[in-house]
Write a new protein. Sequence first.
Length: 231
Amino acid sequence: MYAYLTWAVIFGLIWLILYVHREDLRYEIIFSSLLFLPFGLTQPLFVPEYWNPNVIFRFFGLFDIESLLWCFFTGGIVAVIYEEVFKRTLKVSKYGKKARHHAYFIYFCMISVAISIVFIKNFTNWSVLRSLFIFMIWGFIYFVIYRPDLIQKSIISGFAFMILYIGSLLFVNYVFPGFILTQWNIQGSLGIKIFHIVIEEYLYAFLFGIGWSIVYEEIKNIKLEQFREAQ
């Protein structure tokens, strides 16, 4: 019953270590965490088609605190995981109106994807998770064209987060035997497993690490530009 909460707490500890250790990145960690926090409300889109975790704190019968915590912590981790791995500091560049408009465009795309996923969930027989993967892959292709300078950071962030994700999941399954077996719906996946974990989890972790590291990099431009204008 406490497995999902424990998983969120593990990411919380990693988040806290990064926050304490990297004083120069604290603003990025907090901002990215708050930015990704609302995505914790999307949990009903994947339950019970893909997985059905036991939660302790639920409100309005649909949403749970564990998912909000999970999104808050992972959002902050992915934003700075590249800088931590390579012990780099944040590079601040000058961004013009074009970059700011592009960041607003990303906001619009994120909202559009959320609306599309809700439509797919309620009015089609498509897999919500696989549809999300398609959106994420197309998004990555778009960024490869627009921001090729971020390719290295995004791919390394993807692999680094996937290692954290799978490692923490295996640890939780060790502490709470059967967590992976009982909480994931094998019928909602391709059925391919590595270390008893469905392949979709690896793909999600990798694509999320890639996607959010780039999306955050673009969205923060708005805040940096506004900060400069205020000076």
